[in-house]
Design a protein around this ligand. Structure first.
Ligand code: NAP
Length: 279
């Protein structure tokens, strides 16, 4: 079994991106909109700011009050769309329930949509065209590439069908010529399906849900899950790592697997947006 070291790969990509930014005529810039006071969002945005600072990417946060109206949010998005000094726009989710996040994502200009949630980008991904796609699944594709894991003709099983992970993951694997099965909470005989997987991607949010008997000998197992244990506060994945690792050819740990790839992929997308806008 070989461990897929996301931390190491992300560090390598970070150094590459740093060098890339140095060669640009000006600094790329990312605008992040955060609405309300969700504690986890505050941490995620801080991490994004830190990474931008490290890469010399201009970072601007727009922190809006939780009581804002939808029109205020859309007005800000439109303002950032029109601002030539802004290359990437990211709306941090979740946002308060009275706001319509789908409409907000729709209003972010597709060429600045570095999170890949605008339906134009989602549609382009579905048609295997050049686009911005969600950062976590793109990061996973980079890990597979880095470890020379071939996808062509492989049985790929994705568990989870969220817009952030499962769906774009399935699409990217399909675009890379995998044979795809997507499972979710209504799937019957899940273990029978997971046992057919050459590449198994798990994005559920349920600690140690995937046990060794659900995994084929020699499979590649990608654990997207991040679950914090209430007693020890330890982070663990959706895969029973200790037992599953004995059976597979490659596996991602939690933490240190998929997690570090998400933020570095976002940075790559901001630089790509800058380059596209300066062609
Ligand atoms: P989500 O929106 O809650 O989606 C979870 C998916 O899992 C749903 O499609 C759900 O099915 C499916 N599911 C739930 N229970 C299941 C079961 N017993 N059997 C089969 N499928 C089941 O979550 P998400 O945003 O995709 O995130 C998933 C996990 O990845 C979370 O732990 C999250 O923290 C983590 N995550 C990590 C990163 C990273 O950077 N590493 C990024 C994003 C998310 P239904 O559609 O039928 O409800």
């Amino acid at each position: 079994m070989e461990l897929i070291d996301g931390k190491k790969v992300a560090q390598k990509l970070r150094e590459e991106l740093k060098e890339k930014v140095k060669l640009l005529e000006s600094k790329p810039s990312l605008a992040v909109i955060r609405v309300g006071d969700d504690a986890a969002s505050e941490i995620y945005v801080k991490l994004k700011r830190k990474m931008c600072e490290e890469l010399d990417i201009t970072f601007t946060e727009y922190h809006l009050d939780k009581s804002i109206e939808q029109t205020d949010l859309i007005d800000l998005i439109e303002k950032l769309n029109d601002d030539e000094s802004v290359n990437g726009i990211l709306l941090q989710s979740p946002i308060p329930y009275h706001l319509n996040i789908i409409e907000a994502f729709e209003r972010i200009a597709p060429e600045k949509d570095v999170d890949g949630f605008n339906p134009i980008n989602v549609g382009r991904l579905a048609q295997s065209q050049e686009c911005f796609a969600a950062c976590t699944p793109v990061g996973i594709m980079k890990l597979l590439e880095e470890y020379n894991i071939d996808i062509t003709g492989k049985n790929c099983v994705v568990i989870g069908r969220s817009n952030i992970v499962g769906r774009p993951m399935a699409q990217l694997l399909l675009n890379a010529n995998g044979t795809i099965t997507v499972c979710h909470s209504k799937t019957k005989n899940l273990a029978e399906i997971t046992k057919t997987a050459d590449i198994l991607v798990v994005a559920i949010g349920n600690p140690k849900f995937i046990t060794a008997d659900m995994v084929k000998e020699g499979a590649v197992v990608i654990d997207v899950g991040i679950n914090r244990l209430t007693d020890t506060k330890k982070l663990i994945g959706d895969v029973d790592f200790e037992n599953v690792k004995e059976k597979c050819s490659y596996i991602t740990p939690v933490p240190g697997g998929v997690g570090p790839m998400t933020i570095i992929t976002l940075m790559g997308n901001v630089i790509k947006a800058y380059e596209n806008q300066h062609k």
